[in-house]
Write a protein that binds this ligand. Structure first.
Ligand SMILES: [Zn+2]
Length: 110
């Protein structure tokens, strides 16, 4: 099993094995991170890494998982972003069943 040298921001350089490290690769932009639990302070350390480093980790036997960016990032957004006032109005609307029913009915017609 290969030895992997990494660093914890609190404890400094640490030595790990391939089973101590996990790699995550984003399928959309091919960015990668690796994570491990520091053997000294027991905190989880997550670091981004270049593709070359990620490829080396995976080639040496580190387990990896893939993930995708949320689909909402690719949606087309129309109009202004909602504000705190919008949220307060919505909260008030949720307590007014008559007004909420009217709006829901109007939305169903469109
Ligand atoms: Zn540490």
């Amino acid at each position: 099993m290969a030895t992997i040298r990494a660093s914890c921001s609190d404890c400094g350089d640490v030595e790990l094995t391939t089973s101590d490290v996990n790699v995550r690769i984003c399928e959309d932009d091919n960015s990668g991170t690796y994570a491990f639990r520091c053997p000294y302070c027991k905190m989880t350390v997550v670091k981004s890494a270049e593709t070359r480093t990620i490829d080396l980790l995976v080639a040496s036997g580190v387990a990896f998982t893939t993930w995708r960016l949320p689909a909402e990032l690719f949606e087309t957004h129309i109009g202004e972003p909602i504000t705190h006032d919008d949220l307060l109005d919505f909260h008030d609307l949720l307590e007014d069943e008559l007004a909420l029913g009217t709006i829901m009915s109007d939305l169903a017609d469109t």
